[in-house]
Design a protein around this ligand. Structure first.
Ligand SMILES: C[S@@+](CC[C@H](N)C(=O)[O-])C[C@H]1O[C@@H](n2cnc3c(N)ncnc32)[C@H](O)[C@@H]1O
Length: 271
């Protein structure tokens, strides 16, 4: 249990319970998953065959968003919470290709993610890449951690990434308060990049997916587009606002099946 929130039990490496990070790895065609993860992921795919496409499109959204922030808005420091098992290209590879001196802190609560991240997420010699095992539901200790303090300069803009993680935070766990606390710790000119499973675009299998995740390490809470937009309250949304992720500044023609990708995302600047 963690010091400040005795109700929060840190995720342990339990291979008999499906974990969201390892299920996501399976959708993306990765190998860092166990039988329980594969069985749960296959149940999800049976209910929503679009799940692997959603994972790829979500990842592509994150890639476009951080490249845009680094290339066009000069962001040189990123805090990525809910990193997931490394999947190329990883965030630091994208932004350090734009500026090798860019600094990145990755945070996730899954110990398997930590193991792989330490092995794979090396980064450039000029820049810095740190990894932290931390729980999003405890934003203050996360911001106060040595990894964040030693790697990022919190007087300068930071690109905070909460990509496909907030739907694992229930209403009781106060996802809006968590986002507000993180943003309060960042200076003006910082950016929030966020994506989230969206109920009003969900296909028929969504109900069954929610019950599959109920038996995993993290339950899934779908939210409406309006509720997802509310995470950006008080911030200046970049064009094109909150959209389904394939439609957020696409690099080319939208992929086949893009209308079945029920994840919405956006990027906004902290004034
Ligand atoms: C669907 S994956 C998203 C990975 C990556 N952000 C992406 O979009 O490609 C969700 C990640 O969030 C992590 N996660 C879920 N709840 C978390 C929490 N409370 N604190 C930290 N990480 C969490 C999971 O371990 C998993 O790695």
């Amino acid at each position: 249990m963690t010091a400040d929130r005795p109700d929060i039990v840190p995720a342990a490496l339990d291979i008999d319970v499906p974990h969201s990070a390892r299920m996501y790895d399976y959708y993306l065609g990765g190998k860092e998953n166990f039988r329980a993860d594969r069985e749960a992921a296959e149940k999800v795919i049976a209910a929503a065959p679009e799940a692997p496409l959603m994972a790829r499109e979500n990842r592509a959204f994150m890639n476009r968003a951080v490249a845009h922030l680094a290339a066009d808005h000069g962001v040189r420091q990123f805090l990525d919470i809910g990193t997931g098992i490394p999947t190329g290209p990883n965030l630091h590879e994208i932004v350090q290709a734009i500026d090798p001196a860019a600094r990145i802190v990755y945070a996730d609560y899954d110990p398997l993610v930590l193991t792989h991240a330490r092995a794979l997420l090396g980064g450039t010699r000029e820049g810095r890449t740190a990894y932290l095992q931390a729980d999003l539901r405890e934003p203050l200790p996360l911001l106060a951690s040595d990894e964040v303090r030693d790697t990022l300069d919190l007087t300068r803009p930071v690109g905070l990434c909460l990509v496909a993680i907030l739907h694992f935070i229930t209403d009781e766990e106060d996802p809006y308060g968590v986002v507000r606390t993180l943003l309060d710790g960042l200076p003006s000119g910082s950016y929030l990049t966020l994506s989230h499973a969206v109920s009003d675009a969900a296909t028929a299998g969504a109900g069954s997916i929610v019950s599959t995740y109920q038996k995993s390490s993290s339950s899934l809470t779908l939210r409406t587009t309006e509720q997802i937009r509310a995470f950006f309250d008080g911030l200046d949304l970049l064009d094109p606002g909150v959209t389904l992720v394939p439609a957020w500044r696409p690099a080319g023609p939208l992929p086949d099946g893009h209308e079945r990708v029920w994840i919405a995302g956006g990027v906004a600047r902290l004034p």
